[in-house]
Design a protein around this ligand. Sequence first.
Ligand code: BGC
Length: 754
Amino acid sequence: MKPKSLIPSLLIMMIIVLQGCAPENPPQGNKTATATDAKVNELLAQLTLQEKIGQMTQVCIDVVSVTENGAIAEPHRIDTGKLRKAIVDYHAGSILNVANHCYSREHWYEIMSAIREMTEQNHCKVPVLYGIDAIHGNNYCEKATLFPQQIAMAATWNPGLMEQAASITAYETRAAAIPWNFSPVLDIGRHAAWSRLWETFGEDVFLARQMTRAIVRGYEGEDISDKYKVASCIKHYTGYGFPVSGKDRTPAWIPDNYLREYFLPTFEEAIACGAHTLMINSGEINGVPVHASHYMLTEILRNELKFEGLACSDWEDIIRLHTKHHVASTPKEAVRMAVMAGVDMSMVPYDYSFYEYLLELVKEGSVPVWRIDEAVGRILTVKVKLGLFENLFYPASDYPDFGSEKHRLASLEAARECITLLKNNDNVLPLPKNSRVLVTGFAANTMACLNGGWSHTWQGDQADRYASDKLTILEAIREAAGGQNVSWVEGTWFDSITDADRAVRQARDADYVILCLGEMAYCEQPGTIGDLSLPPAQVELANRLAATGKPVILVLTEGRPRLISAFADHMDAILMAYLPGNEGGIAIAEVLFGNVNPSGKLPYTYPSSPNALINYDHKYTERVPEVISIPQFEFGFGLSYTSFSYANLALSTSELSSTDSLRISIAVTNTGARAGKEVVQLYVSDLYASITPSVKRQRGFQKVELAPGETTTVSFVISPSELAFVNADSQWVTEPGEFEVTVGNQTERFTLTD
Ligand code: BGC
């Protein structure tokens, strides 16, 4: 990646975007033409201007659905007249989403068949590209396999599980005739309060990059025309995950050097892995909405990162340049800005205004035809590569493993590995199998708390209807411990006490209390909060139960680390389950009763107080005063039912030259009595640098499984470029000087020479 300075780029962007004078000529490239290019060029030569602009238009399924009394009719049906308008009159290139809730596979096939038939009436018969957010399994199709959400997959620290989950998701998405997945989220989740934190791989760039590679490979494989693969959509390019306020779609201020160091690498990784499409950040960075940023969408994305795929807007985000961001004085100007900045497809999604404005703009000469051809060329390339011209979809019978036991077990394995044991006083866990337990707390008996948002519905609020055959935490505990040993009192709802008195009374008759707290399902702006603490009702129940003197095991299902410092000290054990998906209830019960030894590690820093939201790789000056800045739990933390010791950290050299690599080895021993998995984490600190260094950065990890008493030697090889940072001139550099390596409780130093 070639670093650039911000100021000249902003000037160019201002000239192009604000003055409205479109460059007359397309950028020149020297790509070798392929068979795909030939097909795309042939199509471009045949399509009319109207048809090309239609290709750039994406509408949501609501626009082509039957309505009754102003609402989408139930059961859902396609309105043929509206579909004709979309595909034949407006030549819409893409349709997205579900209206209201998920559909059966059969209904997806009906929808796609109707779309295919309508496309036959177009003279070029360009297939419609259908996209959904299948972000943790094909969550918009009934009976599909639902996996842990991305944050939980990150907590497994096991990219192999991520690749498998993504591969199954691709299979089950295509099994519902859909070829395009608006996933993965590659935003770095560095703000604990952000309502989409759980859609990310957490706060660390290194961990997120490993997971990025796995998820893109899993979705796309070697060839997206494979009937078991989908085109991924890497989103939300970029900086969306770091709003200053922590509230969704509010401004981010990100200096160019930090943009490159923290917010580009996952996208760079995905592009290197061949990701075919990208979705743009709805927010603004440094006052420039990304949808209007030529700097972000063309200079960095195309010229530096060399992304050749399709760049799609997010929901309504072009028109919002006028209605929300106030950088375009008219909706038409918003369209011109976005298209000239580099947006190829507009997720309009409720009308055809984008089409009308863009047509006018091209006719007036404010948007050149080459820019239309460039955008449409990228859209057609994805359609050709997906093989949609040959097969819009394949017979349902080609997918015998849809929703199968095999796929369920893959989800269960991921759920088991994500669960993170944060506290275990006096080894209270695992619980004896015949103990009498009280299960309490609203999160114990709903599938919504296990799955979170983007599950069956956008907000994930109908999980109990669609996943009624799956086990909640309570049901799984009953199966594990025997119904006669388990009593259940709700105790509290998310934010209001229900029957806490009864819970406290019943706690006295139990050996242990399993208290299930956390968050209800949410996503995007509806999930915005003004206070990161868990609601007072939950805190009250926790403290009252602790006062009974019975051991209390806290199980958290939550999308972000809600503050628990008001009662965490009174809990005997704490189990973080994140949003573990449909098999999460079973996995939690297995961990509670010791059938599974937990091995998850936190993919973010769990804060202890609202004004100390810092990340693990903070600056030296950030932890002030030390006493309030200590997190509840550190990034990378997680206990096991066994114990591990680290010894003999060895570096291949104490003086590393810029052309050599450093080999690091460490002996890890399972010193406990049962087999377990440990994530061996390698941190490096650059002790002095030209801009303030982080106290440490993760530069490697490996998850190993060890039998009791077994020792293994774990090795890492890192090159000086992997120690680089982006300096004040936006350049990736490694500066000579002293570095400290930390693995477990061991540290060693080396010097990087010129
Ligand atoms: C979200 C995207 C999503 C899109 C389509 C938007 O509101 O920000 O993540 O892909 O909707 O559903």
